[in-house]
Design a binder for this molecule. Sequence first.
Ligand code: GDP
Length: 437
Amino acid sequence: LPIVVIAGRPNVGKSTLFNRLAGRRAALVADTPGVTRDRKEAEATLRGRRVRLVDTAGLEESAPETLYGRMRASSATAVSGADLVLFVVDARAGITPPDAHFADWLRRQGRPVLLVVNKAEGRAGANAALEAYALGLGDPVAVSAEHGEGLADLMREIADRLPAEDAAEGDADRPLKLAIVGRPNAGKSTLLNQLVGEERMITGPEPGLTRDAVAVLITDEQGQVVEVVDTAGLRRRARIEQALEKMSVSAAIEALKMAEVVVLAVDGTEGLHEQDLQIARLIEREGRACVLVLNKWDVVPDRAAARKAVADRLETSLAQLKGLPVVTMSALTGHGVDKLLPAVRQAHAVWNMRVATGALNRWFEAALERHQPPLVDGRRLKLRYITQAKARPPTFVVFGTRAEQTPDAYQRYLVNGLRESFELPGTPIRLQFRGTQ
Ligand code: GDP
């Protein structure tokens, strides 16, 4: 069972929360610090997922030394085995120095953390939640364990962060959603026919000949299912309503909203047009994973030159998708088509990547040392830590004094560093900055 550990300084309401989540009044709870004595565990069902809940309340009393030392000693073992740590703070007390200290330590443990602001009934909640952002542990969830408020949200957030039940099976159950977009005549329909393995759509040299938007299920060599959103109908509608130049862009917008990974098909004999780049930027802006297909490779006269021209163009005009995977193929003959789905799966995995907080902050410290943050208005920016707020696409938040004033060039430096250090090629990367006092 996945292990969910409830941690935090004494008296923030860990035991009450434990009881709420475990669904019974198991532990003795009182408003006096350290009233519970033993490490408590219970099995619980959260949104249909069975988990083992571990409450660290009371452990802090058994270890020697300072409060910090005690909290660490007591929580370290529990946290090290956790699939998720619920770090609980008290909205009424606000974020206290021991909370901040504990958060610092927790970030270095490299376990996934969900920040829970407890006792957040009424107005206290909003203020404390804002304050809690500064802990650098992602978006806080406000609850009142005692009054039973916010628990449904909390359970959903917990369930979202648990490791997949059975990774292989779980993925196979939910098909990856793919869209194939590109300018008219790039070979999208021909490619889809190849993937489907039968002539189920009409293709021809006339742009926009194919009909009807459909979702096609295909199975790849590992037996995994991919759902391809076909935009043929959307393209046709667009053709009636709009000028030719605009039509593939508007069709792409519709398609990529429905997709996780977007295959951008380009006629390899023509190279990248401005419109292709426009679609690619759209994919980046919508935060989708992308694979570039250079099609009609069978009739490209100088492949090395064609490949280089594309690489150069990507470097100068599409830096925000640096490392974009490129697959060359002939959709017509089928040659090279087998490389596509593995590349799609790889792009999907990168897009889903979660970087451990500990590793992230070790990298961050080194990056700040290599190039210290710039002066803004004569004062040096103080960036303190970084956390990954979410995946799909990878989204990070940097906290620090006046962090929101970080200049573009320094932001790019950090994004490029993240991309290289954590192997995130070709995916959109979001980097946000939040100021702290
Ligand atoms: P779509 O508008 O992007 O769906 O493009 P189609 O799939 O309808 O293809 C447009 C034309 O390009 C058709 O005549 C196809 O036969 C041709 N075509 C597609 N892929 C290839 C390829 O890999 N090599 C060659 N030589 N022709 C292709």
